[in-house]
Design a protein around this ligand. Structure first.
Ligand code: PEP
Ligand code: CO
Length: 446
């Protein structure tokens, strides 16, 4: 293989990159970003990798979730707190049901760039660049808003830093203290379908904590904070390159703009720029795997991305759709098993189940999401492999973006509280239902 550098991806074809009017402006922004401090450290990244290696063997479970498309506007206390609250509540249910540690990862603090099916969008005879996320351009359909602006990458870095700063403070103590789960209550919890069950778990945990406090051994400090990691689709390669740094300890290159970058389903070509970039960084990485991935292509991809077969390095985030998982997943599991490569199998039941209603609203049906999760667990059990994680688009806001669930949302309800500007997310109640499903399945198969 030719030598890797943080910019060797430029020798390959990079899909899904915005075209900028002034390439010199982009270069100046990349230079400036390269001088800013990293957002995370290599020690944190390595700690996550070792936790993920446990998950790949069934000793932990990965819970990854957040917005499809984080917006600059969501860089405020309330949405950040709510997202953390849902993920903490879900992780409590999962820890309790699965009897294993849960690794919490947000699609957050950098999930600003979106792949699009077309470079341009046409409305009433006017053609403008497609909206590609807040780090590229703006949503309103005007020439000014849709202009791709390199300086938005600097703003994305700034918002990521502010978001991460608050997340770290919340995770470090007080808020995340397991002795005080009342801090994670959301306004909508009391009416939610699973509320009673959740509070029963909280009471059970309270009893266990009092027991632990009584017998001693675990210090209170151990239980008063949580690990929380960040992830995003590393789509815009100039940005990712600028945040790629050599570890202080001198061992290798890390993407220090996030702990856990992933490659999207549309940009995972073996010979493409994204795979070239990812092969050289030390982070644990995810690859989205959709219905078009062939067994041969997937094993070659894993070989390029993890030639040393490092445990915890590779996560396969499978997203086939409820109608396709039965035929798509088994041959891929067979091929990966045969290759002997260690991977963490995660299930993304969102991206294969997107549809458009008669009124043109993008949604997902909760039953299909549940069905893909169930099938994933069943198929892995049949094949003797392990589902080590789940990848969700969710929010702590009481949105109406996905149809179904205990709240019985219908397509007519979608208009009521539809906030996402790209993919529809699970609301609090729907997200908790998934956590209870997984916890229940784990108990059944234990
Ligand atoms: C996403 O995670 O928002 C996304 C675009 O996913 P995928 O690459 O799996 O389509
Ligand atoms: Co999405």
């Amino acid at each position: 293989m030719p030598a890797w550098t943080p910019s060797s991806w430029k020798t390959k074809t990079a899909l899904q990159q915005p075209q900028y009017d002034e390439p010199a402006e982009l270069e100046a922004v990349v230079r400036e970003l390269s001088e800013r401090p990293p957002l995370v450290t290599s020690w944190e990244v390595e700690r996550l990798k070792s936790q993920l290696s446990l998950a790949s063997c069934g000793g932990a479970f990965l819970l990854q979730g957040g917005d499809c498309n984080e917006s600059f506007q969501a860089c405020r206390a309330d949405p950040i707190e709510k997202k953390l609250k849902v993920l903490l509540q879900m992780s409590l249910v999962l820890v309790f049901g699965m009897n294993k540690p849960v690794i919490r990862v947000g699609r957050i603090a950098g999930q600003y760039a979106k792949p699009r099916s077309s470079n341009t969008e046409k409305r009433d005879g006017v053609t403008l660049p497609s909206y590609r996320g807040d780090c590229v351009n703006r949503i309103p359909f005007t020439a000014k808003d849709r202009r791709n602006r390199p300086e938005l990458l600097l703003e994305a870095y700034g918002r990521s830093a502010q978001t991460l700063n608050y997340l770290r403070a919340l995770a470090e103590g007080g808020f995340a203290d397991i002795h005080h789960p009342e801090n994670w209550e959301l306004d909508c919890v009391s009416q939610a379908a699973r509320s009673q069950e959740y509070h029963q778990i909280v009471r059970g945990i309270g009893d266990s904590l009092r027991f632990i406090d009584t017998i001693g051994g675990v210090t209170r400090a151990d239980l008063s904070r949580v690990d929380f990691y960040t992830s995003h689709e590393a789509l815009l390669l100039p940005y990712e390159q600028a945040l790629t740094r050599q570890a202080i300890s001198g061992n290798g290159w890390y993407n220090l703009g996030t702990h856990y970058p992933w490659i999207g389903d549309r940009t995972r070509d073996l010979d493409g720029a994204h795979v070239e970039y990812f092969r050289g960084i030390e982070n644990p990485i995810g690859v989205k795997v959709g219905p078009t991935a062939s067994p041969a292509e997937l094993t070659e991809l894993i070989e390029v991305l993890n030639p040393n077969r490092q445990l915890g390095r590779m996560t396969l985030i499978c997203r086939f759709g409820s109608g396709k998982i039965q035929t798509c997943l088994p041959p891929l599991i067979d091929a990966v098993q045969k290759s002997g490569h260690p991977v963490l199998w995660s299930v993304d039941p969102m991206h294969g189940n997107t549809m458009t209603t008669d009124n043109g609203i993008k949604t997902r049906h909760f039953d299909q999401i549940l069905s893909e999760v169930r099938d994933s667990f069943a198929i892995h059990q049949q094949q003797g492999t392990i589902v080590g994680g789940i990848h969700l688009e969710l929010t702590g806001n009481n949105v109406t973006e996905c149809i179904g669930g205990a709240g019985g949302l219908q397509s007519a309800d979608l208009a009521r509280a539809y906030e996402s500007n790209v993919d529809p997310r699970l609301n609090y109640e729907q997200a908790m239902e998934i956590a209870f499903l997984i916890a229940g399945q784990a108990r059944e198969s234990a």
